[in-house]
Design a protein around this ligand. Structure first.
Ligand SMILES: [Zn+2]
Length: 320
């Protein structure tokens, strides 16, 4: 297979993977990766045992897998790039030959980010690129974005390049990882309406990530469908620390907007949030309290008469 054909095949793999990843909520089990099919034919995206996948007909590596403590564990380099260690043995043979060849072919690869929430799964990050070979330290450097192929020195990024690389890491790696972890903790359902369509689910931050650095943990997340996520982020609805849904003044005053307003928003007043069974994954009450204050102060009090919290809470489940 020439490199152009291989590039086209890789893009077909990524398109098929898009569908599978969307249907599964962002993360796949090892068997799901192993039994991957393209146009009805099996094309494993991982090896049965190893953390690297080099299909026989491919010029260079298709996927590498992160493991927490294994011999092939990846590490973050320069805050924004990843390294991937060679396998044991000759640096010019077997898996190492194709891994190192990836730097020359510049063909897009798949990086499988390990997560452990009620079992081990992998978040496929793709396309990623091998940008530098480091035979002395037996590793290659992987970038999550094509633009980083052209930096002068991947191990010493300029301040501008570094900021760019950090943003890419946040968007391409940390956000998909956070979303997958939260969705799995909530059994791939919306905490408000129980909708179980991973394609329509997102991971909301209770306290915005910017405010609380390094808080991309499940206890700062909520699995919400797109409607309820957007309603929560814009304070159209709020969640009190006792895990109740509160419908804000704007929605309470609205009329004649059809079934989403009537049933999916106003109808959920006082509904109880569905939270994970595992205690450490449940939303932090302190963060919910802080965020609920923001919801309360954001309510346009002048719009609706008697619009205080007491009147919000007095509306029974399902009332209009
Ligand atoms: Zn929902």
């Amino acid at each position: 297979m020439d490199l152009d054909a291989e590039l086209a095949l890789r893009h077909e793999i990524f398109s098929a993977l898009d569908q599978l990843v969307a249907a599964k909520g962002g993360a796949l089990t090892r068997p799901e990766l192993f039994n991957f099919e393209l146009h009805g034919s099996r094309l494993p995206l991982v090896d049965g045992q190893r953390g690297i996948r080099n299909p026989a007909s491919f010029s260079s590596t298709l996927s590498v897998m992160s493991t927490p403590n294994g011999p092939y564990s990846d590490e973050v380099v320069g805050e924004s790039l990843h390294s991937y260690a060679y396998t044991v043995g000759d640096i010019n043979k077997g898996d190492n030959r194709k891994l190192r060849r990836s730097v020359e072919t510049r063909l897009p690869m798949i990086f499988l980010q390990w997560i452990d929430v009620d079992g081990i799964r992998y978040v496929p990050i793709y396309p990623v690129y091998a940008i530098q070979d480091d035979p002395e330290n037996r590793k290659i450097i992987i970038a999550l974005d094509k633009k980083l192929l052209d930096v002068a020195d991947p191990l010493h990024l300029s301040p501008v390049e570094k900021r760019y690389a950090q943003r890419v890491t946040e968007q391409r790696l940390h956000q998909p990882q956070f979303r997958s972890q939260v969705l799995i903790a909530y059994k791939k359902r919306c905490a408000v309406c129980r909708l179980a369509r991973p394609e329509l689910l997102e991971a909301a931050h209770i306290i915005a990530d910017k405010k609380l650095h390094g808080s991309a943990e499940i206890a700062n997340g909520l699995s919400l469908c797109r409607i309820h996520h957007a309603a929560f982020d814009t304070n159209l609805i709020g969640f009190s620390p006792d895990l109740r849904v509160h419908v804000g003044a704007t929605l309470r005053a609205a009329e004649n907007e059809g079934p989403i307003l009537k049933f999916a928003l106003r109808g959920l007043q006082s509904a109880e949030l569905m939270v994970p069974e595992t205690e450490q994954y449940r939303p932090s009450p302190e963060r919910l309290a802080e965020r609920f204050e923001e919801f309360r102060t954001a309510q346009p009090l002048t719009k609706v008469a008697n619009m205080d919290v007491a009147s919000v809470e007095s509306i029974p489940w399902g009332a209009e």
